[in-house]
Every structure is written in C-alpha cells, then in structure tokens.
Design a protein around this ligand. Structure first.
Ligand code: ADQ
Length: 753
C-alpha cells in the first residue's frame, strides 16, 4: 500500500527552553493532525526542524508520538538561510500577497534565492527517501517550488499540492516578480487543491493571464503534463472535538468561564489578515449605536502569538492594545469592562471551554483560507447552550457553513447589527442553525478531506505522472522507428500541417512565411524516390502556392477543400456543396465581433472563414471566442459547416473541408499503398490522425491529449527529427531495394534455362 508523505514548512511541534517538545498551533497543524487513518497506512510527516533543534539532539531524543500515527522526519536548515526564506519570502512577500495586503510586500532577490534554496533542500531530502508508489502531499505556500524541484529528481513520484490560504485574484498575483516560476512549478504537480472554488477560479485566471494557458477548472495541460485541479475544503476532527468538549474537565471549566452577560468570543492568531482592528471597531459601533447593550455584553479576544520575530506583529499588538484601551476607556463602568484582550496562548481544554462558554463567535478576517476556529466552535457547542457564529464573507469557511450570520467586516455598522441580532436570537433558532452545520461537520471531517485528496491523487493516470510519453528523438529511437517503417513500407507519404508544425506560430498569420532553409530541406526530402509530400493546411491556396513555389509537393488548401497536384500543376476543388447558404451569415457574425474585439481579424477563404484573435486582450477575446462559436452553432444549425475553436482562432468551414477526408482520398487515389507519416499541432489535425489510425504513424506537436500515435515536444524539433528519420529511412529503403533487386536477378537466373 502507498505510504502517505505529508510535507510542510515545519513539523508540528516546538522545542521549549527546558528541552521538552510541545505541540505547535495553527490551522495547518490542526488540519493534518486531525486526520485519522481509515486503513492501516504508513504515515510520514516531513518538515523543517523546530527552531533550536540540532541533528544531534534529535538523534538522542524525539518527542514521544503518543497516539499519533505519524513518523516525523525533520529537515535541518541553516538558521540564516531559514530566516531569509521564512521571514523574508514566506512572511514578507507571499503571506501579504496571497491575502491582498500588497502594500506590505517586501520583495528582494536575496529572499527569493533563499526560498529557492530551501525548497531545493526539501526536494533533495524527499527524493532520497521516497519510494516509487508513495503519495507525496505538499502543503502550503512555503513550498510552492517543491513540486517542480522534486519532479526533476523523481519523475516517478505522484505529487499533490494543497494551498491552505487563498489564491488571490490574478490582478494581485501578477504583481509578484517571480509569478511565472511559481505557476510553472505548480503545473508539474499531479493534483493541485484549494479550499474554495473562488481560489481555484483565480488560479486558473492567473494561468491564463500570466502563462497564456487555457484550463477547464478540472485540469490543465502544460509542457505535455496534465495537472488535475480541485476544491477540497479542509475540515476538523469533529468527533474528537465533540468528545473532549463534553468531558468533565471542559464541562467544569466552561461553567467557570461563563459570563453574567452575553459573551462574544474572538480567537485568532495575532495577524493582520484576521481583521482584529475591524472587530474592535464593530464592537465599538455596537456600543455607540445601542446604549441599551451596555453592561449586557462583552468581548473576550484571544490574540495568539505567532511569528513573534517579525516587527509587523509587535506593531499589531501595540495597535490593538491601544484600541482596546480606548474603547474600554470610553464605555467601562465600575462593574463592567466591555473588552478583555489576551495576547497569549491557551491550552486545548481551555480553548474548548471558551468555545462552550461563549454565546457567539466573532470572525472578522479580511481574508482567510478557511478559518478552522469557526468549525471548531460549532463542533464544541452543546444543545443546552447553543452559540451563534458571526462570520466574515472573506473566509473559505463561509462556503461550507450554511447557517452563520455572514458579515462584510469592512461594513462595521452591519457587523454591529449582526452582533445585536446574535444577542437577540431565540435559543430555538440558534439550535436550528447549529444542527445543520454540525451535521455537515460530522459527515465531512479532516479525515474525509485528506482521504478525498489522496484518493484523487492516487487516481491521477499514470500517463500524466512525471515526464509524459513524449517521443524523444534520440539517435537509437529514430533508428528503431525507421527500421520499423522500412519493414512495413516501400513508399512513404509525409503529410504535414503548416502553421505550428512546419513553421512556428507567429503573432500575425501573414508573418508565418516559409523560411528558405525549410524550403531547401523539403526540396531535399522530395528527392527521395520512395517519398512524396503533402502539405494540408487551413490556409488559402494563394498563400500556400507562394510558399511552396518550385517545391514539388502536393498541397491541400483550406483544410483540403482545394487540392494542388504537383505533377499536373493544377488546383481542383473538392467541395461539392454550395457555400451560399452559410457563408454570408458567418461573415456577418464574425464582422460584428471583429468590431468589438480589438486587434481581431477575419481571414476570408473560399470555403472557410477564420476569426483570429492572437493579438487581442486574451481573457476578453477567449470569452468572445466562446460566444462566437455558440452564435455560429445557432445561426448555422443544419447547414453543411463545421465550427471549430483552434489556437486563438475560431473557424467555420464547409463540412467537406476536412483534413482527414483529404488525407484518406490522397492515400487511396494519388499514392495507393503508401505509408503515411502525419504531423500536426492543432485540433483540426486530429481529424487527420483519426482517419490515418492504424494506417501509418502520426505525431502531434506539444499536446499529449491527442489521438496521434506520438507526441513531439515542440515545433522546433519537427525538422531535425524529420531529417534524421528520413536519412535513416533512406539507408534502409536503399538496402531493401538492392536486396529486392538481387532477389529478382537471382529469381530470373534460376528461372533462366
Ligand atoms: P490559521 O491562519 O492558523 O490557518 P485557523 O484556520 O483559524 O487559522 O486555524 C487556527 C488553529 O489554531 C485552530 O485549529 C485553533 O484551534 C488553533 N489554535 C488556536 N489557538 C490555539 C492555542 N492557543 N493553542 C493551540 N492551538 C490553537 C491557516 C489558514 C486558514 C486555514 C488553515 C487550515 O490561514 O485560513 O483555515 O490554515 O487550512
């Protein structure tokens, strides 16, 4: 059975000054720590060693794992390097960026380099210990580069990546100087998961805007590799929390914590994303707006110290203490203090007792990947004293918790009103709201979260793992292919697409002219007596004629609607049905969109119309391309046309103009018995690959999701590969012929009297 290997920035415990280990706090630790194993599976957790722990000390003394089924493997990193990576890049660049706090970003090459080095260190450690069928699950933004660095060393490993924080709008993400490197790395993972659909959606927009990639929200293909995408909201160990929250110790403590007035609770790490300033302002608004609540409610805010090394966090502590002081100064009475602010940690039982004692939980995060505190609060409630959850719209939790009181934390007036509503909510309504959310948390726990993610990771098809089955044109591979073809055939037909196959894709179609060197190579090919060449393209005949003037190749223009015979030097039309029914309608629709989408243009051919938008603003034009295709489908329904969305082009063409039809006709009527070798890069070439299946060999350039027999990595590799293949094939064809000639002489000698 596959082992589970979790990888996170830190292991889930810290080293105390007295040399003891203590569990560390935070959402990631809770999430992974809450996973129980349904089956017996070996579980390894790899992470940075706790601060102050040396390799020697670790060898001597490890934390007793207790009930934990995890085997911990620390990674030791030089302290200065770790500081630049963690405080420098993770905390001062990625954390604010991913939480929309752009003004706080402090990027430098030095911290970026430290980030690369630490990710690389993780990759090397994991590569040396992982087994081929392990499931590697990389957690969070600290390790964005790990999938790529690890895949380079171990392409055989299945790697999943989960982001615990939001993925921001592409408008924000594209400000990051190293944005491409991070996206490229994530696209080498086999599965990438997010808490919420909106994060997935933003991620896909970034792929489109930054790398120009189209994705389906379910998967994305890049450099021949498929990365599955998914939404996997994290959860908690509900049963464990429920059981502990009802224990005698917590029961007793929770009674001690109860207050004589309505008790609002806030539990957050001391962090600017948690919106403590907005919470305090909303509470102040409540008191200012509704004097009748004075003395009848109070707020206990726990601000758990984390990342204490960063100056930003001590500044926050000072700011919040000042705000609390101001509000208390304004509203306190000798018998009532509105806010208790505690900048300290509490133990697990104390936290659960506070959850149980509080009448309402207040979460005002400005951005929060999920917010587990809200989930835990719900699980800890009891029917005799049900609480209310006031929850920020900017948390991932909002999309899974159906019956909270949602707030926009920047609207402090509305938050104050919702707090008032919570105070006035009848017990029956509180119970009703809690029941539905509790049912959800009972059914979907941290274990289910992990199991779903890992099941999906385990299911990623093998073809998508590591380096895909791309044909690597090495000398032995080319020779082996040539030997195979020579065994099967006496004559070969080379069938080539033009744009993206024979010539690179250019910004504008008219720039894609045939380079003289390519023309010479093609001319050389046509000198092989056992080879003929057919170029089939969506281009119109005049363009193709100009490119191949003087080169004796057959041409199929407009996807094969018109054919040029190199011997007769004559063009013939292969489409029989009139175009008058659909052509003018299509021209009208496309013209309309050309006016609306900047730098889009129509290419008018005889049997086809193409709407090109390679130079247009990409997201807008992609969207309009979908609309055009839809409008054409409706407008031209029941007419003999095919509508296709290709690479930055929408095409409508006569149904008979089909590369597959031309290739088949050519092989049957022009060069019967010839063995086809077909090359193409676009969706229209798939018609040809399908038609030639089992007849010869086909190659698709750049894309693995294809009906072609092989994939070639890039357009640049087409000609070198063809030259090597045909040279190797020529030798074999020649020796075949001389063997046959000898055979014939021998036979005639024997036959001679
Ligand atoms: P966090 O920002 O840490 O997590 P959150 O999800 O609320 O935020 O988790 C905090 C966790 O710390 C809770 O499980 C809570 O019980 C625990 N905790 C609080 N006080 C504690 C204490 N004194 N001692 C021990 N534990 C304490 C990040 C993202 C979140 C995302 C999680 C999980 O920022 O948005 O929900 O990861 O993916």
């Amino acid at each position: 059975m596959s082992r589970w290997i979790m990888v996170s920035n830190r292991l889930p415990f810290k080293l105390l000054p007295n040399g003891q280990f203590a569990p560390s706090s935070g959402g990631l630790v809770t999430a992974i720590g809450g996973i129980r194993s349904k089956a017996k599976v070996e579980r390894i957790w790899i992470g940075g060693a706790p601060e102050g722990l040396t390799e020697e000390a670790w060898r001597k003394r490890r934390p007793t794992s207790g009930k934990s089924a995890w085997q911990h493997v620390p990674i030791f990193i030089n302290e200065d390097l770790y500081d630049s990576y963690y405080n420098g890049f993770c905390n001062d660049v990625l954390w604010p960026l991913l939480h929309y706090q752009n003004d706080l970003i402090k990027f430098s090459d030095q911290v970026w380099n430290a980030y690369i080095q630490v990710n690389d260190h993780f990759a090397r450690e994991i590569a040396s210990m992982a087994k081929a069928d392990d499931l590697i699950w990389v957690h969070d933004y600290h390790l964005f580069l790990l999938p790529q660095l690890l895949k380079r060393l171990r392409p055989d490993l299945r790697i999943g990546f989960f982001l615990h924080v939001p993925f921001p709008s592409s408008e924000v993400f594209r400000q990051l100087p190293s944005r491409e490197a991070i996206l490229e790395s994530l696209l080498t993972a086999d599965l990438v998961g997010f808490h919420d659909y909106s994060y997935l959606h933003h991620f896909c927009s970034s792929l489109s805007r930054i790398l120009g990639l189209e994705s389906t929200l379910l998967s994305v293909r890049h450099r021949g590799h498929i990365t599955r995408l998914g939404v996997f909201p994290v959860s908690i160990d509900t049963q464990a929390i429920q059981a502990r929250a009802r224990s005698a110790e917590v029961d007793e403590l929770s009674y001690r914590y109860r207050k004589p007035c309505f008790f609002f609770l806030g539990v957050d790490r001391l962090d600017y994303i948690k919106g403590l300033d907005l919470k305090l302002l909303a509470f102040k608004t409540l008191l200012a707006r509704y004097p009748e609540v004075h003395g009848k409610c109070s707020l206990l805010q726990l601000a758990i110290p984390t990342r204490t090394g960063t100056p930003e966090f001590s500044r926050l502590h000072q700011e919040f203490s000042r705000m609390v002081g101001e509000i208390n100064g304004l509203f306190s009475t000798p018998s009532w203090t509105p806010i208790h602010y505690m900048h300290t940690s509490v133990n697990g039982d104390e936290l659960l007792s506070l959850y149980r004692a509080a009448d309402a939980l207040l979460v005002t995060s400005k951005r929060d990947g999920m917010n587990l505190v809200a989930l835990e609060y719900i699980a800890a409630q009891t029917s005799e004293h049900p609480g209310v959850v006031v929850l920020s719209e900017f948390t991932g939790a909002l999309s899974i918790l159906s019956h909270t009181l949602p707030i926009n934390p920047w609207n402090t007036d509305d938050t104050a009103d919702k707090m008032k509503l919570a105070m006035e909510m009848p017990k029956q309504e509180k119970s009703y709201r809690l029941a539905s959310m509790t049912r959800y948390l009972e059914r979907y726990t941290a274990t289910d979260w992990a199991q779903t993610f890992l099941d999906d990771l385990a299911k990623t098809p093998l073809a998508a793992v590591g380096v895909p089955h791309i044909f690597q044109p090495t000398r032995p591979a080319v020779d082996a292919l040539a030997a195979e073809i020579a065994k099967k055939a006496h004559h070969v037909s080379l069938i080539l697409d033009y744009d993206g196959t024979l010539v690179p894709i250019e910004e504008s179609p008219e720039l894609a002219v045939l380079p003289p060197a390519t023309r010479e190579i093609l001319r050389d090919f046509t000198r092989f007596p056992w080879l003929d060449v057919l170029i089939i393209s969506g281009r119109e005949k005049r363009f193709l004629q100009a490119q191949f003037e003087g080169v004796p190749v057959a041409l199929g223009a407009e996807h094969g609607a018109i054919y040029f015979d190199p011997q007769k030097k004559k063009w013939t039309q292969r489409v029989q049905r009139a175009r008058s029914g659909w052509y003018p309608v299509a021209v009208k629709i496309l013209t309309d969109y050309t006016l609306r989408v900047p730098r889009s243009q129509i290419e008018k051919k005889h049997f086809a119309l193409s709407w090109h938008y390679r130079q247009s603003p990409s997201e807008y034009a992609d969207y309009m391309a979908k609309k055009i295709a839809e409008e054409l489908q409706v407008g031209l329904a029941n007419l003999p046309v095919t509508i296709i969305r290709g690479k930055k082009v929408v095409e409508v063409r006569a149904a008979e103009a089909d590369k597959g039809l031309l290739a088949t006709w050519y092989l049957e009527h022009q060069v019967p018995g010839s063995f086809p070798l077909a090359f193409g890069d676009d969706r229209t070439d798939e018609d040809m690959f399908l038609a030639l299946k089992n007849r010869g060999y086909s190659f698709r350039i750049g894309v693995t999701d294809t009906g072609a027999d092989h994939v070639l990595e890039s357009q640049a590799s087409v000609l070198p590969f063809l030259s090597a293949l045909l040279a190797s094939l020529n030798q074999r064809m020649r020796s075949n012929r001389s063997r046959e000639a000898q055979q014939r002489t021998l036979t005639s000698e024997i036959a001679a009297p």
